[in-house]
Design a protein around this ligand. Structure first.
Ligand code: AMP
Ligand code: ZN
Length: 664
């Protein structure tokens, strides 16, 4: 088998496994095997740019950056939908239909997926373009981002028509959404409000490798085009499925409005069992001939109708407003409610977000309130039932002191949240910071859990994370539920954390806005904690991907003598506060500020070694040529399209030897 055949075979295999995993939800090989095949393909493609394919499975990891999304006019307009809310509405709609078309009318019932609508164009079975809905007439070209979504086929299978558009909804399933939020909270950031806005925001990220990290899914429901050889909506769903698209199986073909109502009734109750958010049902005239006769109004098709589920609401009584203090000192008011059943769970508490929200709702203790559960994980209070308000009630006065340490709260200009500034002495802040320090993605201290941390703090054994390293087994054993063995494990776990690399220690320190990725960037750039401590705001902002908000937060953290003392102590205990000598031995900043694109095959080093050399010496590797590229390192067989682009942008091309010369 020659290289081209090998590449094609791997692409075909990966496509199939990708389909099994992301569309059918039924993997036949392990993640590891998949990764190995992907790696093999990546390597072959890198060494043979002449076999470049814009729809190769390797492109799913993203990397291309879009500054401005190009506006594209939809070949077929993307309409909105009319809404209905009752059986009467639906019967009226059927009457109107029957006046306009002949013969029996049957319907396809589908779920109304709540995400961001998208139109995909395929030609000869290949994804050509992905465009957002925009105003329905024109939208944004978000192809590079959409290509990273695993359930969007880049190449189709079966007997697809030569050219068509297919429409669907890009959603962020609950599970992935919850995971993203956990990570944000771990970085001390505000969680995203709901899956829908996060999904549509994800399509407009400039760096497609960021989109690739988001667990998005694409659900399809409509095929548009000429001479497609399809007779009905239900058949079109089946065909799309055959071609490799993800088309949810819940859709149903029914003969009457009564059956439509059965479908609505069933899903109104069971929709919470689905992995993604839905906000209603869409009913479509099944026969495409009849659809054509019915046509469109100025706004929506006459052959389709949405039926919106009522967002599930309940009314209950507000007993008390309590205030939680997070690890960064942020105060969150919480409504404590008379327990009430809502969307399959019992709701006892709801977030009130901040003081503005309380004022806006004019919510008072004793009020009867309406709670709603949308995509948010925590239910929210949408309104007060003013008719039931006790005339003697008093407006809520927001607390002015921390409920945990009685320090006067502050509120920075332009921020909605109040903060407790007692950084060093406020118990939930102290406990929260240590809990963050020991968490899995930070120092990952085995044998020590969040509750034990609280216990250790409350017993006065520790007051910060540096104190952990002074703990003795004998001090821990007397604690509640602490056997000798577990005390030993705890001490061993703490000891072992001294091996955790610098970048994770930096994350563990709990500097606001310094999440895992930012910590990595800073560690790589500065290599020693001292460099970060000494850096000015201006210097920090010059580090790739560090914005002003992060820079200020880093400065603020190290401006505190207490924090500096903590870091010094960690250093003394042997915690890694610099990039390890081994890693460092091979690093310089000779290539600082330079961006390289690597293309072709090399003689003295492999492509991967070359890339590592660039990064270890402070340079940046990029996959595509742009005006920002400093040099292209070209080996044998550099791809012709790259060559052309390099010439056009006047980017200097250097050889392997010339590159290595820079480092010697
Ligand atoms: P609306 O935004 O309320 O006008 O509803 C119209 C939108 O519903 C369309 O733009 C689609 O993005 C979305 N939608 C979700 N699921 C479906 C579906 N099964 N069929 C048609 N449209 C749908
Ligand atoms: Zn406090």
């Amino acid at each position: 088998m020659n290289t081209e055949q090998q590449i094609n075979q791997l692409r075909e295999e990966l496509r199939k496994h990708n389909y099994n995993y992301y569309v059918l939800d039924a993997a036949v090989i392990s993640d590891y095997e998949f990764d190995m095949k992907l790696k093999a393909l990546q390597e072959l493609e890198e060494n043979h740019p002449e076999f470049y394919d814009p729809n190769s499975p390797t492109l799913r990891v993203g990397g291309e950056v879009t500054k401005n999304f190009e506006t594209v006019v939809h070949e077929y307009r993307m309409y909105s939908l009319d809404n209905s809310y009752s059986k009467e509405d639906l019967l009226d709609w059927e009457k109107r239909i029957k006046k306009l078309v002949d013969g029996e009318v049957s319907y396809t019932c589908e779920l109304k997926y709540d995400g961001a609508s998208i139109s995909l164009t395929y030609e000869e079975g290949k994804l050509i373009r992905a465009v957002t809905r925009g105003d329905g007439i024109q939208g944004d070209n978000v192809t590079t981002n959409v290509k990273t979504i695993n359930s969007v086929p880049l190449k189709l299978k079966g007997d697809f028509p030569p050219k068509f558009d297919i429409r669907g909804e890009i959603v962020l399933p609950y599970e992935g959404f919850a995971k993203m939020n956990q990570e944000r909270i771990a970085a001390g950031e505000e969680p995203y409000a709901n899956p829908r806005n996060t999904a549509s925001g994800s399509l407009k990220l400039q760096d497609s490798s960021e989109t690739a990290k988001r667990p998005l899914d694409c659900l399809l429901y409509n095929i548009t085009g000429n001479r497609l050889g399809i007779a009905s909506q239900f058949q079109s769903l089946e065909k799309a499925r055959d071609w490799g698209f993800k088309v949810p199986a819940e859709s149903k073909w029914v003969g009457s409005i009564d059956e439509v109502l059965d479908f609505i009734g069933y899903w109104d109750e069971h929709r919470h069992d689905l992995p993604y958010e839905t906000d209603g049902v869409v009913i479509k005239v099944n026969d495409l001939q009849q659809q054509e006769e019915l046509g469109f109004t100025a706004k929506a098709p006459r052959w389709a109708m949405a039926y919106k589920f009522k967002a599930e609401q309940a009314s209950t009584i507000l007993h008390e407003i309590t205030y939680q203090v997070g690890r960064t000192g942020a105060i969150t008011p919480v409504a404590n409610l008379e327990p009430v059943a809502l969307a399959g769970t019992t709701v006892k508490r709801a977030s009130l977000h901040n003081a503005d929200q309380i004022e806006k709702l004019d919510i008072r203790v004793g009020d009867t309130v309406f709670v709603e559960k949308g995509g948010e994980i925590i239910p929210k209070i949408i309104a007060v039932d003013f008719q039931k308000r006790d005339q003697a009630s008093e407006p809520t006065v927001y607390i002015t002191e921390c409920p945990e340490c009685q320090t006067e709260l502050i509120r920075k200009d332009g921020e909605a949240q109040h903060y407790c500034p007692n950084y060093a002495g406020c118990p939930p802040q102290i406990i929260g910071r240590i809990q963050h320090y020991i968490s899995r993605k930070a120092m990952d201290i085995e044998g020590l859990g969040g509750e034990t941390v609280a216990l250790l703090v409350n017993e006065g054994l520790i007051a910060n994370y540096a104190d952990l390293y002074e703990l003795k087994k004998e001090q821990v054993i007397p604690l509640e539920r602490m056997a000798e063995k577990s005390a030993e494990n705890l001490i061993v776990g703490i000891e072992k954390s001294k091996e955790i690399p610098f970048e994770r220690v930096l994350f563990a320190l709990g500097i606001r806005y310094v999440g895992e990725t930012v910590a990595k960037k800073l560690a790589k750039h500065y290599k020693f904690i001292d460099g970060i401590i000494a850096a000015s705001e201006e210097e920090l902002v010059n580090v790739d991907e560090i914005g002003i908000k992060i820079a200020q937060s880093v400065i603020e953290f190290f401006a505190s003598d207490e924090n500096k003392a903590l870091v010094t102590r960690l250093q003394q205990y042997g915690v890694q506060l610099e990039v390890s000598a081994e890693k460092l031995a091979n690093q310089t900043d000779t290539l600082q500020g330079q961006t390289f694109v690597v293309s072709g095959v090399f003689e003295k080093v492999s492509r991967n070694e070359l890339k590592k050399l660039i990064e270890d010496n402070g340079g940046k590797v990029s996959s595509s040529i742009s005006s920002k590229t400093s040099f292209i390192v070209a080996g044998a067989n550099m791809g012709p399209s790259k060559l052309e682009k390099a010439k056009k942008l006047e980017v200097p091309i250097i050889s392997e030897d010339e590159f290595l010369g820079k480092l010697s």
